[in-house]
Write a protein that binds this ligand. Structure first.
Ligand SMILES: Cc1cc2nc3c(=O)[nH]c(=O)nc-3n(C[C@H](O)[C@H](O)[C@H](O)COP(=O)(O)OP(=O)(O)OC[C@H]3O[C@@H](n4cnc5c(N)ncnc54)[C@H](O)[C@@H]3O)c2cc1C
Length: 380
């Protein structure tokens, strides 16, 4: 497989790296403390084209590929993994599914606004009884007067506090298990739709992650995305793509931890010399770098397969599984290399250590990635 980047991809990566270093990293601590991503930062990213990465020009998008998306998410994650996730959700879990499954009317209504950042989106699949078991969604969408009325709840919805558009997976057929689910595009101000409690996370504290309540929430028939019964298929296919983003995010976390630890180890002296001169410490960097490079290659492979248009579920799952473990491995050693300071908030590795943890959980836990991989590897 050829991983040579085009000049455009290299340029996009470079620009994203500059944004990460100049705009995201300097604000990351404040975003963490205030538990918010400033609206003007999101506006800036939208103006730079980062909210319409996959969308065609006619909607104001950049029409880029998964490889470029992964490169950008990796760079952004070095600056702020939370901001990178918002960008990833907007592109892979909102813009892309509307582009792929939406009607002309839905595309016209939403995509230009999504690309411009006028509408930030959210993806609402998880419920109390439907986490890893995504096919067990209970939120009910019953037919009424030519439209639907939705009742139920959603959990852990990223961007929930400020999103204007929600892709909600609901049950249209109570008897049909995973095949009885459908996707709906629901606007925030729809009567009966309430954004509830905000979750208080261990890391990625700038993320706005919410519970949703839907009570007698009436939507017209054209709120349905794709066909009835296609909800799980749409959600899982969208997650295949966004898992490339989480893998890239994990690689970016590993890279920044590596950079920070290398700088610290070059400055910190013990026994009369910089700690980076000790072979025991050098081996930590070797192990971090080897896993990080392997993770990057798996991520690029999944992205290249996605761009080639074939199936890439197992490859995306492998990339996410491995990269998220590599990020946690690196974050752990990054703290270790910083010694006592690594445990304190004085150095950013402490934040990356907490941020890395969720990459093994969201968009399907590591165990679920293994189920996806096994299902593909062992079929037949
Ligand atoms: C910060 C954050 C943001 C999130 N954002 C979103 C979002 O925007 N939209 C959204 O819909 N969801 C979101 N989620 C939800 C996330 O995707 C789920 O938390 C995740 O899929 C796991 O589901 P669960 O929490 O119910 O865990 P559970 O499914 O209860 O799993 C608990 C444990 O059991 C394991 N397990 C479960 N089933 C099996 C099995 N068959 N074999 C082996 N092990 C198994 C799991 O791997 C895990 O270790 C977010 C979560 C977090 C933490």
């Amino acid at each position: 497989m050829d991983f040579t980047l085009s000049d455009e991809q290299k340029m996009m990566r470079q620009v994203a790296a500059e944004i990460a270093d100049e705009q995201l990293a300097p604000k990351a601590e404040e975003m963490e403390e205030k538990c918010e991503i400033p609206a003007d930062l999101l506006k800036f990213l939208a103006e730079q084209g980062y909210f319409g990465l996959f969308l065609p020009e006619q909607y104001g998008g950049a029409e880029l590929d998964f490889v470029t998306y992964a490169l950008m998410i990796e760079e952004f994650s070095r600056g702020s993994p939370a901001v990178a996730l918002v960008v990833s959700v907007q592109n892979a879990l909102v813009g892309k599914p509307i582009l792929t499954y939406g009607t002309d009317g839905q595309k016209k209504k939403y995509l230009a606004k999504v690309a411009a950042g006028e509408l930030v989106g959210a993806f609402a699949l998880t419920e109390e009884e439907a986490g890893s078991d995504a096919g067990n969604v209970q939120l009910r969408a019953a037919k009424k007067d030519g439209g639907y009325v939705l009742d139920g709840h959603k959990l852990y919805v990223t961007n929930g506090g400020f999103a204007g558009l929600f892709l909600v997976v609901a049950r249209t057929d109570p008897e049909a298990g995973g095949k009885g689910l459908s996707c709906f595009l629901i606007e925030r101000d729809t009567p009966g739709f309430t954004v509830g409690k905000r979750f208080d996370g261990m890391g990625m504290r700038a993320l706005d992650v919410r519970r949703l309540e839907l009570e007698g929430c009436e939507v017209p028939a054209d709120a349905l995305l794709g066909a009835e019964g296609e909800g799980l298929k749409i959600a899982l296919a969208s997650l295949d793509g966004s898992r490339i983003g989480v893998a890239a995010q994990a690689v970016g976390i590993a890279q920044q931890v590596f950079n920070e630890a290398k700088r610290y180890a070059g400055e910190r002296e013990q026994f009369g010399r910089p700690i980076i001169s000790f072979q025991g410490i050098q081996f930590y960097f070797v192990e971090m770098a080897t896993r990080m490079e392997a993770a990057r290659l798996l991520t690029m492979r999944a992205a290249a397969l996605a761009d080639a248009g074939g199936r890439f579920s197992a490859e995306a799952a492998m990339a996410k599984l491995y990269a998220s473990e590599a990020a946690n491995f690196a974050a752990n050693l990054g703290v270790q290399i910083h010694g006592g300071y690594g445990y304190m908030k004085d150095y950013v590795v402490e934040r990356f250590f907490r941020d890395a943890r969720v990459t093994e959980i969201y968009e399907g836990t590591s165990e679920i990635q293994k189920l996806v991989i096994a299902g593909n590897l062992l079929k037949g």
